[in-house]
Write a protein of this length. Structure first.
Length: 164
C-alpha cells in the first residue's frame, strides 16, 4: 500500500466517522486497492460496510443485482457506468455512500475498447452523485492501478468535504 493512499484513507475514515456514515466500494481496474486502502484504517468497521472487485460480468451481476437493461447503451470505463455501479453498491450494501471505479489499466485490451490509462470514478451519497474521468496516457498496469486508486480516494475525500 502506498503511504499516500493510506494517509488519504485515514482522512476519509475520520470524515465518515464524524458524520456517522458508512461506505461501500466497487473496485474495478483498481483491483481492490480502494477498499484495501480504507481497510488499513484501524476500526474500519465503523465506516466500511463492504464491497467487491468487479472484474467480470459475473461479478457485476452478483454484486449489483441489476437487470441487464440497466446497462443498455453503457460502456465500461465511462462516467454513467461508474455512477450506476456506485449507486448499486451503496444500495445493495445499505451504505450512505458508494464509490466505484471503472477503468482500463493496460497490459491487455479492455473488453469495451477503453484506452489504457483511462479511469472513471463515481461517488454517490445522500445528497447527490459525482463522477470524474482521469487519463494517465500510460499502458503501465501497476502504475495505473496505483494512480487510479489515489485519484479515486482524492475524489472521494474532496466530494465528502464539499458535501458536509
Amino acid at each position: 500500500m502506498l503511504p499516500e493512499t493510506g494517509e488519504i484513507a485515514v482522512r476519509v475514515a475520520a470524515d465518515l466517522r464524524r458524520r456517522g456514515e458508512k461506505i461501500a466500494v466497487a473496485d474495478g481496474a483498481t483491483g481492490g486497492l480502494i477498499a484495501a486502502s480504507l481497510l488499513t484504517v484501524p476500526g474500519a468497521l465503523d465506516f466500511f460496510v463492504g464491497g467487491g472487485v468487479v472484474y467480470s460480468l459475473r461479478a457485476r451481476d452478483i454484486l449489483f443485482d441489476l437487470p441487464q437493461e440497466a446497462y443498455r447503451g453503457m460502456r465500461g470505463a465511462s462516467e454513467d457506468y461508474a455512477l450506476l455501479q456506485a449507486r448499486a453498491i451503496r444500495d445493495n450494501f445499505g451504505a450512505d455512500w458508494g464509490v466505484a471505479e471503472s477503468g482500463s489499466v493496460g497490459g491487455s485490451s479492455h473488453p469495451a475498447g477503453a484506452p489504457a490509462g483511462r479511469s472513471c470514478v463515481a461517488v454517490v451519497g445522500p445528497n447527490g452523485e459525482w463522477a470524474q474521468v482521469s487519463e494517465t496516457g500510460s499502458d503501465k498496469r501497476i502504475a495505473n492501478m496505483e494512480t487510479f486508486t489515489r485519484v479515486a480516494l482524492e475524489f472521494l475525500e474532496t466530494t465528502l468535504a464539499q458535501n458536509r
